[in-house]
Design a protein around this ligand. Structure first.
Ligand SMILES: [Fe+2]
Length: 266
């Protein structure tokens, strides 16, 4: 399984320092559309690049050309992000060549919020019959946010943020830092040199990786419908969690469950 979860990845202070920078960046980037490029052959010029360099080293992947990174926020639990694969969208638009990111990661800079859901179904752009979804559909990974938690995967898995599950503490929001590693720089205008009128602070982060070595498989309580490249897909879910939980849900619907959707309330 080409996916990892670290229930804790950063020291508390490092996570807090990254969150402070994330808040400053978000204050200057209300649209949250761009991603930024960090060339891994250059020494880090701020605390975010320092984190990316250290994380790439921790994963044994600092030989990659560089990292595309971005910050995203959700103010309410009703907010979602559709299922997609991270790819070089502007290269595809310009040349028709589709490249998926060879390494994707999410680092949580908040203590609550809706989960990231990753499916074991991925793009296969070499197919010629117009159906680009492949994979076993055996499991989904559910990752609930916790300050300083980190997940990553190395196949072009579909993933999204599912609304109305989890809880955002009063006055807070869901904030995540993503970085993907590439051996070919993603095209502009989606991915550009850092260009906000805010200077990200210098600084160093300290990793303290605590990996979830044995991800538990949980039984589904029901399912919801997602669209993977327009293909209707039933995603099985388990309705209960502790903050910061990561677990797998089997995609095989138990026989006692009806085909109706059913959402248990925690
Ligand atoms: Fe993504």
């Amino acid at each position: 399984m080409s996916i990892e979860s670290y229930h804790s990845y950063l020291t508390e202070e490092s996570a807090a320092n990254l969150r402070a920078e994330a808040d400053n960046i978000l204050a200057h980037d209300p649209e949250e559309k761009l991603t930024w490029w960090y060339d891994l052959s250059k020494p880090p010029s701020n605390i975010i690049e320092n984190y990316i360099m250290k994380s790439a080293q921790q994963h044994g992947l600092d030989g990659y050309l560089g990292a595309e990174w971005w910050i995203r926020s959700h103010d309410s639990i009703n907010s979602q992000w559709y299922f997609h694969v991270d790819g070089d969208v502007d290269r595809f638009r310009e040349t028709g060549e589709y490249l998926a990111a060879p390494f994707c990661s999410v680092t949580y800079l908040c203590d609550g919020g809706q989960p990231t859901v990753v499916c074991d179904q991925h793009h296969d752009w070499l197919k010629t019959n117009d159906i680009y979804i492949t994979g076993n559909a055996d499991w989904t990974l559910w990752s609930y946010p916790k300050m300083g938690k980190h997940i990553c995967w190395g196949l072009p898995y579909f993933h999204g943020v599912v609304a109305n599950m989890g809880h955002i503490p009063e006055g807070d929001r869901r904030v995540t830092l993503m970085f993907n590693l590439w051996n070919s720089r993603p095209f502009e205008p989606a991915c550009v040199e850092y260009n906000l009128p805010y200077n990200i602070k210098d600084g160093e982060v300290f990793l303290y990786p605590m990996k979830d070595t044995d991800l538990e498989f949980r039984e589904p309580h029901g399912h919801f419908t997602a669209y993977l490249e327009g293909v209707e897909t039933a995603i099985q879910f388990h309705g209960y969690h502790e903050p910061g939980d990561s677990f797998l849900v089997t995609q095989i619907r138990p026989q006692h469950l009806s085909e109706d959707q059913y959402f248990p309330i925690q």
